[in-house]
Design a protein around this ligand. Structure first.
Ligand SMILES: Nc1ncnc2c1ncn2[C@@H]1O[C@H](COP(=O)(O)OP(=O)(O)O)[C@@H](O)[C@H]1O
Ligand SMILES: [Mg+2]
Length: 334
């Protein structure tokens, strides 16, 4: 699929900025020392045509009514948002970009001013489901009292609303119906790509936000660096709330999952470990909310389970790095 000029430029600018800062690894498609090249690119997706559907507004969530009360119908190639008197508020046109995740198609729309939006619709038959289940067993979540479910669209929107109430860094919903969720497009790169490019400092924003969420008993689910966007000023926005983690160790699991993927995707693991060392030392009080032996156990499980499997184009295990991280956790967070 041809990369649209608009999206292409957004990402190009940001990558150029990071290349300036990080002299060594600079192109996610080029080999990075010690890290096999990444295979997946968010923009390389098979063409999926926007399925025009004329939709009579169905669900209206009370939680969205505090914003200008939107109702909408999606006509062919247009996404028209109307106010309750049927006056047109916004007309969105598809840019032709479809960002594909494992569970959703993300259609990108633009308004007349050039602001971008995403319309997130669930795939009917995602192939990834058995793998997700297997990984949650292999990493010890399901075998230690945890369980999970897929949030419905309504539950995802409720989650977004709750996160907004707590001022967390989570994407917002502008409109939703039973087919999908309309959100602002967040210009930036995924945190996963940021780590591959050698970025480090946004990690503070990611961890601060997760810790604050957990302090408020909010667990995102599925925090593996690809569901986080890093913006040009290195502020972050969490997206993708498909998976709900349930159970007593949900927060410990989420923290471990995040820490594991930070080290896995980082192309500067030594520097990242040094950064984490400082971060953990400075945040000991916040980390006391976690049952640290559980975090350590899950980190070990992650390192062992994925040790021999190439993952997202990255080969080899990171047992050594995880061992160092566990040592830090033990010394600062008992
Ligand atoms: N609002 C958004 N702004 C910018 N990029 C987005 C947005 N929503 C999704 N994306 C991009 O599309 C990819 C897939 O979206 P995601 O919501 O994670 O779907 P999935 O659940 O299928 O993984 C993300 O990794 C991200 O790169
Ligand atoms: Mg995702």
């Amino acid at each position: 699929m041809v990369r649209s000029l608009l999206l292409g430029l957004t990402h190009h600018n940001l990558e150029a900025k990071f290349m300036k800062f990080f002299p060594k690894p600079n192109d996610a498609t080029a080999p990075i020392a010690g890290v096999a090249p990444i295979t997946a690119s968010r923009i390389e997706v098979p063409p999926v045509s926007f399925q025009p559907k004329v939709v009579v507004p169905t669900l209206r969530y009370p939680s969205l009514d505090r914003n200008p009360a939107y109702s909408t119908d999606r006509a062919e190639k247009l996404f028209v948002i109307r106010d309750p008197d049927s006056k047109e508020v916004k007309t969105l046109v598809p840019t032709g970009d479809v960002l594909q995740g494992y569970l959703n198609y993300i259609f990108v729309f633009s308004d007349r001013q050039g602001n971008l939006y995403t319309w997130r619709t669930q795939k009917e038959h995602p192939e990834i489901l058995p793998q997700i289940h297997k990984d949650l067993i292999g990493t010890g979540f399901l075998t230690n009292g945890g369980s999970y479910k897929y949030r419905t669209i309504e539950e995802q929107v409720n989650f977004m609303e709750k996160a907004r109430q707590f001022n967390l860094r989570a994407i917002t919903a502008i409109y939703t119906d039973k087919f999908g969720i309309l959100s602002p497009f967040i210009p930036g790169i995924t945190y996963h790509k940021y780590l591959l490019l050698g970025g480090i400092t946004a990690t503070k924003n990611v961890l601060d936000n997760i810790i604050r969420s957990h302090e408020n008993n909010i667990v995102y689910g599925d925090r593996w660096a690809k569901n986080t966007i890093v913006q040009e000023d290195e502020s972050i926005v969490e997206i993708d709330f498909d998976i709900e983690l349930i159970g007593e160790i949900a927060q410990e699991f989420e923290m471990s999952q995040l820490l594991y993927h930070i080290l896995l995707f980082s192309s500067r693991r030594k520097e990242m470990l040094r950064f984490l060392d400082n971060y953990l030392r400075e945040n000991q009080t916040h980390l006391s909310q976690y049952h640290i032996p559980v975090v350590e156990k899950i980190l070990l499980n992650y390192a062992n389970y994925f040790a021999d499997k190439p993952f997202e184009g990255i080969s080899g295990g990171i047992k050594q790095e995880i061992a160092e991280l566990i040592k830090m956790l033990s010394s600062y967070c008992r």
